[in-house]
Design a protein around this ligand. Structure first.
Ligand code: MN
Length: 268
């Protein structure tokens, strides 16, 4: 019986990933692997993680599903010259690798939302007013843009103001939700907050606790929120357990909800 494993935010923690992988007993002939995104940055070995993903993709085909995170898109933007270096970036080895173009093209070919039956995979979250179908529709509109180096700059370029309500601004806002949402107001406006939910500004709550959330009929699997940590509810599964912050890398086997965890092996 084939199993489906979902791994949380890897962030270049290749040694920890390898140790977690050996715990899974992954069957390369039939098992499936989903990644919640943020494969790269902050951690020490983004290049190794990307090469692992690309090589595994060639082997598994559709049995590997990756949704893009904000750091993955930042790498694409850095590669394109559409974003400048940030102080905590650890992307230099990727950006100077001989296979960087191929790796970035592979990354940019990944999805923003992957849905299979009543399970939906996304890096960060959905606004409460979005149905799963609407989230998928938005993702399907954005994904071809990200695959096209000539067009994606409009989405990814930093510091460029786009007029409120303009088509590119709406696309960029949708993209921002999918890859970086954590909390929002009851009216469904994103809040800027990275810390644990308890300390959030008044009026902001985790996106998955918004009243009347239109995606509550599916199980949403996501990452992105290390300060939330591992979050296991029947239909809300958060898998960023802070590996890059010296904590753990987590994997969940979806069929029986078995959890696998590996303490961080990364130094520094
Ligand atoms: Mn993230």
């Amino acid at each position: 019986m084939a199993a489906t494993y979902v791994i949380g935010d890897i962030h270049g923690c290749f040694d920890t990933l390898q140790a977690l992988w050996s715990q899974l007993g992954f069957d390369l002939e039939q098992d499936r692997l989903w990644l919640v995104g943020d494969l790269v940055n902050r951690g020490p070995q983004s290049l190794e993680v990307l090469r692992w993903g690309r090589d595994l993709s060639a082997r598994l085909g559709d049995r590997l599903r990756v949704v893009l995170g904000n750091h993955d898109l930042h790498l694409v933007a850095r590669h394109d010259g559409a974003a400048s270096q940030r102080s905590k970036d650890t992307l230099e080895a990727v950006l100077s690798a001989p296979d960087r173009d191929e790796l970035v093209a592979w990354l940019a070919s990944c999805s923003l939302v992957y849905r299979e039956g009543d399970v939906l995979l996304v890096h960060a979250g959905l606004l409460p007013q979005w149905t799963p179908e609407e989230a998928e529709r938005k993702a399907r509109e954005l994904e071809p843009v990200l695959r096209d180096p000539a067009r994606r700059r409009r989405l990814l370029e930093r510091g460029v103001k786009l007029a409120e309500g303009s088509p590119w601004r709406l696309r960029r806002d949708d993209l921002s939700v999918l890859v970086s949402l954590r909390m929002c107001t009851v009216k469904g406006r994103p809040c800027k907050w990275k810390g644990p939910p308890e300390g959030a500004p008044t009026g902001c709550r985790p996106w998955f606790q918004a009243p009347g959330r239109m995606s509550s009929g599916v199980t949403v699997v996501f990452g992105h929120w290390a300060a939330l940590g591992l979050h296991l509810e029947p239909a809300v599964i958060g898998l960023d357990s802070g590996c890059v912050w010296g904590q753990r890398l987590s994997a969940l086997r979806l069929e029986d909800r078995t959890l696998f965890q590996q303490e961080s092996l990364e130094s520094g």
